[in-house]
Design a protein around this ligand. Structure first.
Ligand SMILES: [Fe+2]
Length: 296
């Protein structure tokens, strides 16, 4: 199972696509039915879709897996009474068939069959490779984590004082739940080739008039280098690199394992953090309820 893409809706699709391609570094991968698709340099047909809509929203966070994996999740979701959409084919780059399902706080996930991949492009320090994790706000992160583990079949990698990190493959986390007073999108992380690529990205965004609101720094859980920004279309987005890959023997960390010395919030202890910008951006995108999604 692999985190594949995120499906966004925005009122000004054209300018969001312009930012994501010209400034953020993604490549346009076609458009259809009022939806633009963007890819990174990995062999994934697209990693972000941007649909024209009246309000900003997340339509889904998409995972790809084998047919048996999808069937197992569907069975467990059905047994758990989670809202489930019908199985259908998707008309999008990469195609595939699958379904939507909704987690306990309305987070919408989509599972699609692993279909033909596209050609991997040459690594480029000015372009993201792929989406490596999505962080979701949660009122009850423990209940959301239980759902991710018991229904989706993910594994808990780490718990800190306010976040739970779950994985679906060797990447330390595909989803993290951040304790919050809402259930909206917290941020989307794009994996870059290396730390230089993250630093170059910080420079490129600065040239475009966008300062990072947190970073550069290095996180504890996942050990990744990070820099966070607010995209002009409202979402909090992250450049990251060196994300830890873990094996099945990885020992799940506890809040006690991830305590920082006072006044520090990352390994380096130097990254400035603009809390006002964070709290604005990290509640901009709510999930579109599944009932609406599955009628589309
Ligand atoms: Fe992140």
């Amino acid at each position: 199972m692999k985190l594949r893409s995120i499906e966004l809706e925005v009122p000004d699709r054209e300018s969001a696509v312009r930012f994501l391609s010209e400034t953020w570094g993604l490549l346009e991968a076609g458009a259809r039915n009022n939806i633009s698709y963007l890819r990174g340099t990995e062999d994934i047909p697209y990693i972000v879709s941007v649909a024209q809509a009246e309000e900003t929203a997340v339509a889904a966070v998409t995972f790809s897996g084998s047919k048996p994996e999808l069937e197992r999740i569907r069975k467990r979701a059905s047994a758990a009474g989670a809202p489930l959409g019908p199985v259908r084919d998707f008309d999008e780059p990469g195609g595939g068939s699958g379904y939507f399902l909704e987690g306990p706080e309305g987070h919408v996930f989509r599972f699609v069959t692993e279909k033909k991949r596209v050609k991997r492009l040459r690594p480029d320090r000015d372009r993201p490779m792929q989406v490596t994790h999505v962080v979701l706000n949660a009122r009850d992160r423990e209940a959301c984590t239980r759902f991710a583990v018991e229904v989706l079949g993910f594994r808990l990698s780490d718990r800190t004082g306010f976040m739970n990190f779950v994985r679906c493959d060797r990447v330390h986390h595909a989803i993290a739940y951040a304790q919050a007073d809402n259930s909206q999108l917290n941020h989307i992380a794009f994996e870059m080739t290396d730390i230089d690529a993250v630093m170059r990205g910080i420079g490129r965004l600065k040239d475009a008039g966008i300062e990072s609101f947190w970073g550069p720094g290095r996180h504890g859980p996942g050990n990744n280098v990070f820099a966070y920004f607010v995209a002009p279309f409202g979402a909090a987005i992250e450049y990251t690199s060196e994300v830890q890959r873990v094996s099945s023997s990885y020992k799940t960390g506890t809040p006690h394992d991830w305590k920082w010395p006072p006044n520090r919030n990352d390994h380096w202890g130097v990254s400035p953090r603009n809390s006002a910008a964070i709290s604005r951006a990290e509640r901009e995108f709510r999930f579109r309820p599944l009932a609406v999604t599955s009628r589309a």
